[in-house]
Design a protein around this ligand. Structure first.
Ligand code: SF4
Ligand code: SF4
Length: 56
């Protein structure tokens, strides 16, 4: 299981700062989650203003 960021992402960067394992990075004007490192904590979803990170 891992979270995935949808196309709703407005690239604010809040999730990357909140992720405890640092597995969120910017790529082509959007933020993406490295599913292999994600520990499914939900912190990214909690801080996102547009609810872009979703549990897969
Ligand atoms: Fe990082 Fe947690 Fe979001 Fe996974 S669910 S990307 S570990 S903040
Ligand atoms: Fe995108 Fe939400 Fe992360 Fe901001 S907090 S970069 S809008 S996924």
């Amino acid at each position: 299981m891992a979270y995935k960021i949808s196309d709703d992402c407005i690239a604010c960067g809040a999730c990357a700062d909140a992720c405890p394992v640092g597995c969120i990075s910017e790529a082509d004007g959007k933020y993406v989650i490295d599913a292999d490192q994600c520990v499914d904590c939900g912190s990214c979803a909690g801080v996102c203003p547009v609810e872009a990170p979703k549990a897969e």
